[in-house]
Design a protein around this ligand. Structure first.
Ligand SMILES: [Zn+2]
Length: 375
């Protein structure tokens, strides 16, 4: 277990690499400090010029949205700064999963004047994919994330709107190298993100799910991308002040409603992440037990890079809050996929990294390492 010397990134992150003791996200951040963002804006203007609207094309571009902090800020920026007309595409969750905040925030985005297409999977299939994702991989989002990423280019191909804007580059901003392309703004490799990589659905079909019910979980092929001239652009690369917190502040001043739950329940120190559901909190707790870092680490690392926190201050926050999750969220999830809480914890225990954590006789999971230093 090796820590980045600048932030609190650990080399246990899948698909990551370290350069001179720094994680790839810190390495990229240091390189981008001297970047000329006006020059980057010219690059973006060029891309838009090269993707002009065809005569029978009504929308200039597509944005994948949830109505949350990133998508709201992007939608406003694309419309008001770039003067483009976007079609917003939202993959929605069933009523048992979506939070009231998620519903209100999507309504807020639409009310701000954005044409929005809401896509959903049929509910029984969706529930089965969450159940199988959890029971087989202890990650209920495994299929869902794929559907969210896939629906946008699928709509782009269908509606013949080749230019897609996406927010964060997971390679440069989180350290997931699977998605990295020749340049920092090309998002056509998004399908290789470690959490969704491959898109192989055999793990669902072998459990009795029918292929014809899994259409929302399939991604267009590279050939289809090329044929339709699809170009996904990471907007995060063009914004000097791109960060979760900054996007949250900007969006909150444009009607975004934020999380009110205590950090010890939500495991969200920012109150603006993944507002459209709460189960993500235990998924991040499980990530913490698998790899030694969760959502709090990701957020603290971003703040350390931006100089808003020192590494020492970050250590205290991560020690206190990483892996926090309310029992209430676990309970509603267990009810939804119809498993007992015992089965839930048996599954969590099965994937705990035993080098980094110890499981006591009572089933408590105790950390063996010291944040920022290691074992
Ligand atoms: Zn780092």
């Amino acid at each position: 277990m090796k820590y980045c010397k600048t932030c609190l990134q650990i080399d246990t992150r899948p698909n990551t690499k370290f350069i001179d003791g720094n994680c790839i996200a810190c390495h990229y951040h240091k390189e981008s400090i001297d970047e000329d963002f006006e020059e980057r804006f010219e690059v973006l203007k060029d891309i838009i010029k090269k993707n002009p609207k065809k005569p029978n094309q009504f929308f200039d571009c597509i944005i994948g949205v949830s109505g949350g902090k990133d998508s709201l800020r992007q939608a406003l920026w694309i419309r008001d700064k770039l003067k483009l007309t976007p079609l917003c595409v939202c993959f929605s969750y069933p009523p048992e999963q979506v939070s009231q905040l998620g519903v209100d925030n999507l309504s807020n985005l639409i009310e701000l004047g954005f044409d929005t297409l809401v896509v959903a999977s049929q509910p029984e299939t969706w529930k089965k994919t969450l159940r199988e994702g959890f029971l087989q991989f202890q990650n209920y989002q495994k299929a869902g994330e794929y559907a969210i990423v896939s629906c946008v280019p699928k709509i782009a191909i269908k509606y013949k709107i080749p230019l897609i804007f996406w927010g964060e580059n997971p390679g440069l901003q989180l350290g997931d190298m699977g998605t990295v392309s020749e340049n920092g703004y090309d998002g056509n490799n998004l399908r290789f993100m470690n959490t969704i990589a491959g898109g192989d659905l055999e793990w669902l079909t072998k459990r009795g799910l029918d292929k014809k019910d899994l259409i929302p979980f399939s991604h267009p092929t590279s050939f289809e991308f090329e044929k339709a001239n699809i170009q996904i652009i990471f907007l995060g690369w063009f914004w000097e002040d791109w960060s979760g917190i900054n996007n949250g502040k900007y969006s909150a001043s444009n009607g975004l409603d934020v999380r009110k739950a205590d950090v010890t329940m939500s495991g969200d120190i920012t109150n603006v992440y993944a507002l459209d559901e709460n189960w993500v909190s235990f998924n991040q707790m499980i990530k913490f037990y698998k790899y030694g870092f969760g959502r709090v680490s990701d957020h603290v690392n971003e703040s350390i890079r931006r100089g808003e926190l020192t590494r020492e201050e970050g250590i205290k926050i991560v020690e206190k809050y990483d892996g926090c999750c309310s029992d209430e969220y676990i309970e509603t999830f267990c009810n939804y996929i119809d498993i007992s809480k015992e089965t839930f914890w048996e599954n969590v225990h099965s994937c705990v990294n035993k080098e980094l954590f110890e499981i006591t006789d009572k089933g408590e999971i105790i950390k063996r390492f010291e944040v920022g230093y290691g074992l």
